[in-house]
Design a protein around this ligand. Structure first.
Ligand SMILES: Nc1ncnc2c1ncn2[C@@H]1O[C@H](COP(=O)(O)OP(=O)(O)OP(=O)(O)O)[C@@H](O)[C@H]1O
Length: 568
């Protein structure tokens, strides 16, 4: 129990930072409920009193009834209920959206502090689950698990005290029964449905993974004729999730049934006790009817609670997954900035890196010094550690041993803005968005003119190809740039890089997928753009296929070890 509280605590505190909204939202829900109950009770009282006055008059007995005050009261409560309900919906939905923004902001903040290895450690569908499904589950917390039980508890107190003014015994009966009902719909529902609703989140995640795999790998599954096998796996998982959901639904229905039985019995008991008091002429008929109707209406505060509390386990599962993020990320965002328009040197001292769950280090005791505004090439066979070293140099991957200094500042102390402004990297796997060519380019520089876009396209020899496209710069490149060839995609990414103005540039296999003539043409444009910048090329080998303009230093990576080589 304490562990559950500890896990929920940070998120509850985040929600309660908006406590004024929370209190006002609760008050509006409470006022709506009370106005409804008052309308029901007063209407019952008024109809009964009118009927009794009519009967008395028809029997020739003297009778008086003020119709104006109760009539006005009924109109007042009817209006109050409508207005309070409208305000409550408006206000609480606004609160939920505000909380959603708070939660997403916090979770996104944690994700931005992860390095490449941690981000790649989980699947995209899992990150998506955290940012969407888990946060939505938490966001339900306010409107389903915090406000309604508080309103229900307040209504138990208010309704019992009100009835006790005329019928103290009935007031106590209602307080005890409704209090018991409150415990049933909150604690009992939460405990009873906990493990199944927890499992529901786990099942949904597994199902989402399998379905994403089915869609993404459909070509492979079809070519190996294993589509049916994979579909069977999905069907089995679906069946498991379905039967768990059915068990949970059955429990929720049973609790709802219990609520109806308890509240129904309470109404019978209220009518019975009140008629005993009525038979002793201690209370009037209209009051008896009013008490019975209020007892009947009080049920409304409890109706939605079982369905919400039975899913407490799901909220707990979401919270635990989100807490795993907070545990992993570094506590504070680094905030050192680099000077503008000054050449930056790169210095690496005794750097070692080992990925989690691997035996051999990917990088071993690396020392490197590249003066400001100079260019170097680092060669190495596949798997030698080139991409890992490039990521560490850019501060995208944190190495536990050794240090990397850029412009004399440890790279991990640099703020995200500073890294974005001063560093640029062409990675092996380029990311293109499902947008037009122009939009993909303007990610690097939103204010770049069309002329500027044509200039960088020409630098990577893509201008004539784009010119002959019917939509030109507005041509969509498809999801992950699927409508471009591999080489075109890389060149577009290189053109995008050329719209920035970084002081340090890292190019990981810049000429991969490009023929020799085009590579030579791109190299000469790159040469101009790279002047006055500190540059490292990462390539498998120095060859005609890799024209490397202006390179003055050469290192070779061999199984994670870096050795300086003479430049041929
Ligand atoms: N996220 C990761 N988790 C575990 N091991 C990794 C990870 N990324 C890379 N490695 C391992 O680190 C070693 C170096 O990989 P890296 O990608 O840096 O090599 P590379 O020289 O860039 O190779 P290539 O030229 O084929 O891209 C490899 O043995 C690889 O298996």
């Amino acid at each position: 129990m304490r562990a559950i509280y500890r896990d929920f605590c940070p998120w509850l505190l985040l929600l309660l930072r908006r406590r004024r909204r929370f209190l006002l939202g609760t008050l509006l829900v409470f006022v709506t409920l009370m106005a409804g109950l008052a309308l029901l009770g007063l209407s019952g009282w008024f109809i009964t009193a009118s009927a009794l006055a009519g009967i008395a008059l028809s029997m020739g007995l003297p009778a008086r009834l003020d119709v104006y005050v109760p009539g006005g009261g009924i109109r007042f409560f009817a209006l109050a209920r409508t207005i309070a309900r409208y305000m409550e919906r408006l206000y609480n939905h606004n609160t939920v959206l505000t909380l959603l923004a708070d939660l997403r902001y916090r979770v996104f903040g944690y994700l931005t502090r992860f390095d490449d290895a941690r981000l790649r450690g989980e699947r995209a569908s899992d990150w998506l689950s955290r940012l969407t499904a888990d946060i939505d589950t938490l966001d339900n917390f306010y409107l389903r698990l915090l406000v309604p039980p508080l309103v229900a508890l307040l209504s138990v107190v208010a309704v019992s005290l009100f009835v006790a003014i005329w019928l103290p015994g009935v007031g106590v009966l209602m307080a005890v029964t409704l209090g018991l009902l409150w415990l049933v719909v909150t604690l009992l529902a939460a405990v009873w449905g906990f493990s199944q609703s927890y499992q529901q989140v786990v099942d949904q995640q597994s199902l989402r993974r399998l379905v994403v795999d089915q869609v993404q790998a459909s070509a492979e599954l079809m070519s190996y004729q294993t589509t049916q096998w994979h579909r069977t796996m999905i069907a089995t998982q679906e069946q498991q999730a379905f039967s768990n959901q059915r068990r949970l639904g059955r429990k929720a229905a049973l609790i709802n049934c219990l609520v109806s039985v308890i509240s129904g019995l309470m109404v019978v008991a209220v009518v019975w006790f009140a008629s005993l008091v009525f038979s002793q002429q201690l209370v009037s008929g209209p009051i008896l009817v009013m008490a019975a109707l209020i007892a009947l209406g009080a049920n409304e505060a409890f109706i939605a609670l079982p369905a919400s509390f039975i899913k407490l386990g799901a909220s707990y599962a979401a919270v635990r997954r989100l807490n795993a993020l907070t545990g992993d990320s570094s506590p504070a965002a680094p905030a050192v900035s680099l000077p503008e328009d000054v050449g930056l040197s790169i210095q690496v001292n005794q750097l070692s890196l080992r990925y989690a769950q691997t035996l051999e280090p990917a990088l071993k005791c690396i020392d490197l010094h590249l003066p400001a505004e100079k260019r170097a090439v680092i060669t190495g066979n596949s798997g030698a550690g080139k991409s890992s070293l490039a990521s560490v140099l850019m501060g995208r991957l944190q190495a536990p041993q050794g240090e990397v200094m850029v412009g004399g500042v440890p790279v991990w102390q640099l703020s995200a803005e500073s890294r974005a402004n001063h560093f640029a990297m062409l990675t092996q796997q380029v990311d293109l968005f499902d947008a037009s060519i122009a939009e993909n380019l303007r990610i690097a520089n939103p204010t770049a003119s069309d002329n500027k876009l044509w200039e960088v396209l020409s630098a990577v020899a893509l201008d004539s190809w784009v010119e002959q496209l019917p939509k030109g710069l507005a041509t969509a490149v498809g999801e992950k740039g699927q409508q471009l060839s591999g080489g075109q995609g890389r060149r577009l990414a290189l053109a995008r890089l050329m719209l920035c103005n970084p002081q340090v540039v890292i190019l990981d296999e810049p000429f991969a997928g490009v023929d020799v003539a085009t590579a030579n043409y791109i190299a000469s444009s790159l040469d101009k753009w790279l002047s006055n910048r500190t540059v490292i090329f990462f390539v498998h080998q120095v060859s005609l296929l890799n024209p490397l303009p202006g390179v003055e230093y050469h290192w070779h990576l061999d199984a994670g070890k870096l050795n300086q080589c003479p430049l041929k």
